[in-house]
Design a protein around this ligand. Structure first.
Ligand code: NDP
Ligand code: 2IT
Length: 445
């Protein structure tokens, strides 16, 4: 049995209750066959066995008191997956669906993504099954303070630096930072995505969405094309989706859809981003609000259609895992889509990604395409270390360079292994090589 087959069999046995983790791990392992079969150093040093096993998982109780005075209890986690190339780095997700399978898939992806940024950051992820929806600001604050009371024992600017993800934005980072500072009497860069007046980086808020569009634009430019006049389907209406749409407009394209968990809006005139920002970031309301002020737009509830049913040139899934399945991939292809770029983490099922790739659609996996967020988080860490703040233009220019470099590196890796244009393979291999090299250098740890 080959080395990769043996590892797949082993993780399938050990993690049979973790479908998302197995999905993410198998995809990477399949890509690595060509690398590990060519050199026995990986098997001799059990690199894959170590890679699929988190260095540490912390699970804890998060008790808090709601506005009615009732005691609530949630589960908190931090998966510290791999620190071969730097301190653990990765977001915190607050969503009722959060469990170990989801956090292990996200932490595993983060290892390779962070490696692709070219910056010294290891892979980690955390979060809670807490649902911020419908909670008052006070309740969110109480929860965040309790969550950080335990998490603070495990993180640090040179150990583990969490950030935002689904359900964790500027408000939550602020409450968690305040609690850490109070507990430790220490003002340090233990989280990224901080407010601009207290250690945050300009352009971090925009970075994931902008980075996604920079990567796709780089691909288009290298093929004498651009976003200009392209119609774009975007899913999600949170941090990543909003700033991806903003950059699409800046490059002359037209985003026509956005989604939340209840449904999607289609606006053939182009999504009104000011309205979305007001609904989602200020009112914290639902997309159903959009239709009223926007004649010509339509709202389709979840279960009755998806943005992937429409005729678009480019699709950018920016909401959540497995939101684009084989049927959606078929619809996109039938409608002439040319590029799918993943702003979310693993938004395409394995079958969807394979189908798109096999049918000539250019496909950029999340670990490459959404790496601008964590890349800019690493830039925030640099600024915190030197106690300076760079200008928006400085950070944005570095972000664009990071995304251009990622594009070139994944394209080159795919070519080197005889699969030109297979950016899934390219991203997995390019991300792996640096981490595996560091693991070999550092011995069996
Ligand atoms: P936000 O919380 O800001 O927004 C999430 C969006 O996705 C909302 O519109 C939300 O709708 C929707 N969504 C979330 N869960 C589901 C679900 N189960 N079904 C349908 N819709 C859902 O999160 P982000 O924009 O930060 O994150 C979006 C994706 O991007 C995630 O996959 C995340 O891991 C990834 N990502 C984020 C980065 C960042 O810097 N923030 C960096 C790299 C990747 P609703 O409001 O109804 O829940
Ligand atoms: O999935 C991701 O890369 C993020 N949620 C951002 C992580 C970070 O540390 O900025």
């Amino acid at each position: 049995m080959s080395y990769v087959d043996r590892i797949i069999e082993d993780i399938t046995k050990k993690n049979s209750d973790q479908p998302e983790f197995l999905q993410a791990a198998k995809e990477v392992l399949e890509s690595l066959r060509v690398v590990v079969d060519a050199d026995s150093i990986y098997e001799d040093n059990a690199v894959l066995e170590r890679l699929v096993e988190p260095e540490r998982i912390i699970q804890f109780r998060v008790p808090w008191i709601d506005d009615k005075g009732n005691v609530q209890v949630n589960r908190g986690y931090r998966v510290e997956f791999n620190s071969a190339i730097g301190p653990y780095k990765g977001g915190l997700r607050f969503h009722p669906s959060v469990n170990l399978s989801i956090l292990k898939f996200l932490g595993f992806e983060q290892i390779f993504k962070n490696s692709l940024t070219g910056l010294p950051i290891g892979g980690g992820k955390g979060g809670s099954d807490f649902d911020p929806k419908g909670k008052s600001d006070r309740e969110v604050m109480k929860f965040c303070q309790s969550f950080m009371t335990e998490l603070s024992r495990h993180i640090g600017p040179d150990t583990d630096v969490p950030a935002g993800d689904i359900g964790v934005g500027g408000r939550e980072i602020g409450y968690m930072f305040g609690q850490y500072k109070r507990l430790r009497n220490e003002f340090s860069g233990i989280l990224t995505g901080k407010g601009l007046d207290w250690g945050g980086s300009l352009a971090r808020t925009e970075a994931t969405g902008y980075g996604l569009v920079y990567l796709v634009e780089e691909h288009l430019n290298q093929h004498d094309d651009s976003f200009k006049d392209k119609t774009v389907a975007i899913s999600g209406s949170g941090n990543v989706a909003i700033f991806a749409a903003q950059k699409v407009y800046q490059f002359g394209g037209k985003p026509v859809t956005m989604t939340d968990s209840n449904g999607y809006i289609y606006d053939p005139n182009g999504i009104d981003l000011d309205a979305i920002k007001d609904i989602k970031l200020v009112q914290r309301a639902r997309l159903t609000e959009y239709a009223a002020g926007h004649p010509g737009s339509t709202y389709t509830p979840t279960g009755e259609g998806k943005p992937w049913d429409l005729k678009v040139d480019i699709a950018l899934p920016c909401a959540t895992q497995n939101e684009l399945d084989l049927n959606d991939a078929k619809n996109l292809l039938a409608n002439g889509v040319k590029i799918v770029g993943e702003g979310a983490n693993m938004p395409s099922t394995q079958e969807a990604a394979d189908f798109l790739l096999e049918n000539g659609v250019t496909f950029f996996p999340g670990k490459a395409a959404n790496a601008g967020g964590v890349g800019t988080s690493a830039l925030e860490m640099s600024q915190n270390s030197e106690r300076l703040s760079w200008t928006f233009e400085e950070v944005d220019t570095k972000l664009r360079t990071i995304m251009q470099t990622i594009y070139n590196n994944i394209a080159q890796a795919a070519k080197d292994y005889g699969q030109e244009g297979n950016y899934i393979l390219g991203a997995n291999i390019a991300g792996f090589k640096k981490v595996a090299g560091a693991m070999l250098d550092q011995g069996i740890v």
